[in-house]
Each structure stands twice: as C-alpha cells, then as structure tokens.
Design a binder for this molecule. Structure first.
Ligand SMILES: Nc1ncnc2c1ncn2[C@@H]1O[C@H](COP(=O)(O)OP(=O)(O)OP(=O)(O)O)[C@@H](O)[C@H]1O
Ligand SMILES: [Mg+2]
Length: 197
C-alpha cells in the first residue's frame, strides 16, 4: 500500500504518548512505569476509539524505537483458531530475546474480553509461563469480561470517553491537513454516528 492509501485512522494515530488526547491519568502512570523500567502486565479497558490500541503501540515505540515491529506481537483473541493459536504464537515469540536493549518483548492481545472463561484460564497460565520474557497488554471494552485471576495479575487502566470538543478539534486539524472542508453539521453527524458504536 502506498502512503497515499493508508487509512486516516492509521495515518493520524499518534505514535507518541504525549500526542494522545486526554486519558491524562493513564498517560501519567504509563510514563512513570516506563521511567522506572518496572512494567507489569497491563489491562486497558474502555469504550471503542478511546486510545487503547494507540497507547499500547505508543508503549512499543517507547520501549523499542524503530525496532518496535519485530519486538511486538499483535494478536486478536477473537481469532477463530482460539487459545491453541495464541499459545503457539506466544511460545514461538517468547523464545527469542528483544532485538534491542529491553528486558522483554511485548504482546498486545486485542478483544481479550471475547475469550471464554476456559480460554482465559489457559491464557493466565501462558502469561505466567512466559512472564520473564514477555509482557502482555490486554485490550478489552469491559473489565467484567476478564476473569479475576487475570485481572489480579495485571495493572488496570480505564480509558474514558473522549470529550466532544477534543474530538472536534482533532477532526478539524486532520481535515485541514487533508484539505477537506468540514462543516459544523458534518462534525455533529460524525459525533452522533461514532456514539452509536
Ligand atoms: N485519546 C486519543 N488521542 C488521539 N487519537 C485517538 C485517541 N483515541 C483514539 N484516537 C484515534 O482513533 C483511532 C482509534 O483509536 P484506537 O485504535 O486506539 O481505539 P481503541 O480504544 O483501541 O478502540 P477499540 O476498542 O475499538 O479497539 C486511532 O486512529 C487514533 O488516532
Ligand atoms: Mg483497539
């Protein structure tokens, strides 16, 4: 795909923690953890489109710089191949050390709350087995969808719905960079539609 064809959702995804809008509490704690070099497994939860994936990738950038891709494994828990696939991928990935000076590699597991409780029990064991060489960032909409034994092994971070004016300002900024005219009615419509998901 040429750079012309990259979706705006990727093109304008902030790469750095400081460029993430709002979520100040999360940003402060994450920065503190990075500064201390003390990073536990993390569970990010909150509504869609509030910056969970963006924050997880920003942490990867922070830890590994340009080498973030080869040191980060992105998995989707909704993958139909299920926990067996996750186990195999984690096992393979955890075998090798980070390619840059970092104590561990990173696994981002999206839609963790879509896993059955049994699959989550298996995941918990996998997390424990590889905890010296990898850290997990679990992404979920609701923490209640995650079994307690996993919750208790993670630091939990709540992502709040973004304020309307922050979203509108960001959309205006993007529209102006893309040379697109956007009316207040259009912004209003985008806001309404995005609330429905
Ligand atoms: N707090 C934020 N600051 C700046 N941009 C954001 C923020 N939250 C979301 N975005 C933008 O919205 C898009 C989607 O964000 P992201 O993928 O991080 O959402 P998410 O919380 O992981 O949602 P989902 O639950 O649907 O996976 C990204 O392209 C990002 O640029
Ligand atoms: Mg996401």
């Amino acid at each position: 795909m040429s750079s012309e064809e990259v979706l705006w959702v990727e093109k304008y995804r902030p790469a750095r923690i400081d460029d993430i809008i709002d979520q100040d509490h999360v940003k402060a704690r994450v920065k503190e953890m990075l500064a201390n070099g003390n990073i536990p497994h993390l569970l990010f939860f909150g509504p869609p489109g509030t910056g969970k994936t963006t924050m997880a990738l920003a942490i990867a950038h922070e830890l590994y710089g340009d080498a973030w891709r080869e040191n980060t494994l992105e998995l989707n828990a909704s993958d139909e191949r299920g926990i067996a696939m996750i186990r195999e991928k984690v096992k393979e990935f955890a075998k090798t050390m980070p390619t840059v000076k970092a104590p561990f590699r990173l696994i981002i597991l999206d839609e963790a709350d879509n896993m059955t409780p049994d699959a989550q029990q298996a995941l918990r064991r996998i997390m424990e087995m590889y905890t010296t060489s990898v850290r997990f960032i679990l992404l979920a909409n609701y923490p209640s969808g995650i079994i307690e034994p996993i919750q208790s092994r993670c630091s939990l971070f709540r992502f709040s719905p973004l304020p309307k004016d922050a979203v509108n300002n960001r959309l205006k900024e993007i529209a102006s960079k893309e040379g697109v005219k956007v009316t207040d009615e259009a912004l209003e419509a985008i806001w309404d539609v995005s609330r429905e998901t």
